[in-house]
Ligand binder design. Structure first.
Ligand code: PMP
Length: 283
């Protein structure tokens, strides 16, 4: 039986009861985080906690337990016998349950928190071969920097990609490439690494941040600047990043072959350095 975390307690998952009046259910009024367990440590947990607190602050959800995330995430792994396996932990916090109203509930209404862990089997093959992705107008709101559970534009777009045999949907806003439905995207043009700057139009990915650091340490020229859709023909390499896909090369973008249609040297260097770092952490 799977054990989950719910409002500070550990329960069999199917015994958890969430009110139909929960604002997560009624309004998607909540935030989430996903952390990766590499058989011994959570990858950059501190950055996930910082982002979690920021998302809560931006939505004005007063949840005092953010600092206990590593503790209950560890407990979840133990309770579900996942400590020695690659795993992920998902955490969601909503504004809690109250009679439906657009205004916030009174302060005594406590947020709802829920977390669970699962064994994660990474797709090593895709990191070798690369993926084909689609391009589509960014139909999301203007606070993509908040890791909100309101992900309908992301799920609709990703589903469209899946139905077309593609592995991600990359968004374009006002002619500029922003990010993917659940990933950030990087490009290599004339030997320089480009990615959209941190802004309200993208999520500040934890992997993104670490890849920028690795690229800098490797002496790669970096420009945190959005790439225009009409410059795709100049793109020699592209890759997406996120907690689960890590660094995954992109070989086709919106029907355009990228470079030689295989993962390029900068992408491979960054991917390999990221993987070496993980191995070094494991000891
Ligand atoms: N952008 C979006 C829209 C995402 O959903 C994600 C995945 N959380 C990312 C970027 C990548 O973030 P991270 O590297 O922290 O997983």
């Amino acid at each position: 039986m799977e054990t989950a975390y719910f409002n500070g307690n550990f329960l069999p998952k199917d015994e958890i009861k969430i009110s139909p009046d929960d604002r997560g259910f009624l309004f998607a009024d909540g935030i989430y985080e996903v952390v990766r367990w590499y058989e011994g440590f959570f990858y950059d947990m501190n950055s996930h906690i910082t982002r979690l607190k920021r998302s809560l602050r931006e939505l004005r959800i007063n949840w005092p337990d953010a600092d206990s995330f590593p503790t209950f995430a560890n407990d979840l792994l133990k309770l579900n016998k996942l400590e020695n396996r690659p795993a992920m932990v998902y955490l969601q916090v909503t504004r809690g349950a109250a009679r439906r109203s657009h205004s916030f509930p009174p302060p005594e209404v406590r947020p709802t928190s829920y977390a669970y862990a699962w064994a994660f089997i990474p797709d090593i093959q895709l990191k070798e071969t690369g993926i084909k992705v689609m391009l589509k107008e960014d139909i999301r709101w203007s606070r993509c920097d908040i890791k909100s559970v309101a992900l309908l534009p992301n799920t609709l777009s990703f589903q469209e990609a899946c139905e077309n045999g593609l592995k991600e949907c990359i968004f374009v806003r006002n002619g500029l490439i922003t990010e993917g439905s659940h990933s950030n995207i990087f490009f290599v043009i004339d030997g320089t690494l480009f990615t959209h700057p941190e802004s309200n139009h993208v999520l500040s990915g934890i992997t993104r941040k670490n890849i920028l650091r690795i690229a800098q340490e490797s002496g790669i020229r970096i420009r945190e600047e959005a790439v225009q859709e009409n410059r795709i023909r100049f793109v020699r390499e592209a890759f997406i990043t996120n907690t689960s896909a890590e660094v995954t090369p992109v070989t086709e973008l919106g029907g355009n072959t990228i470079g030689e249609g295989v993962p390029g040297p900068v992408t491979r260097l960054i991917r390999d350095k990221f993987e070496s770092e993980i191995k070094a952490f494991k000891g």
